[in-house]
Design a protein around this ligand. Structure first.
Ligand SMILES: [Zn+2]
Length: 154
């Protein structure tokens, strides 16, 4: 969740509990003014918002109260999802079959299957790059050490 703070969701400043433990206050960074309608978002902000929701789902968070009033559109980092008092933290997202993702994509006039597929492909490409880099390093580094040992012996 820390990686999503300040972009997809407001940054957590602190959590404070009264001495008697009866009240807890969660302080979050200011994320701007709540939206009155998702139609005021441009196409890039709609995509960014949906991708941020997918990221939240991937870490197990389901918002359960997605509504324009729970989206801030005035943050400098783009649209931010706010108000998590209805959220569940144990969401095992089925991806394209996820009801919340489907409904929010419809609200944004996006094709959820296409967006989730695009994100999955981006993740797959990223992982393939990591594998290629790791394979390259594991092949080159031992060769470099052997070469350095030979140079020392000369
Ligand atoms: Zn989901």
């Amino acid at each position: 969740m820390q990686a999503l703070q300040g972009a997809a969701i407001p940054k957590l400043i602190g959590m404070y509990t009264t001495k008697d433990g009866k009240k807890t206050v969660l302080m979050m960074s200011y994320a701007g003014k709540a939206s009155s309608s998702l139609s005021e978002l441009g196409p890039c902000d709609k995509l960014a918002l949906f991708h941020r929701l997918v990221c939240l789902h991937k870490v197990g968070v389901q918002h359960n109260d997605l509504d324009p009033r729970n989206v801030s559109t005035q943050s400098s980092s783009g649209p931010t999802i706010i108000d998590f008092d209805q959220a569940s933290l144990d969401h095992n997202c089925p991806g394209v079959l996820c009801t919340e993702l489907q409904q929010f994509a419809q609200a944004l006039n996006l094709d959820p299957a296409a967006q989730i597929k695009t994100l999955s492909e981006e993740t797959a490409i990223r992982w393939n790059l990591y594998v290629i880099v790791a394979a390259f390093i594991s092949a080159v580094v031992p060769t470099l050490f052997r070469l350095l040992r030979r140079l020392r012996n000369i």
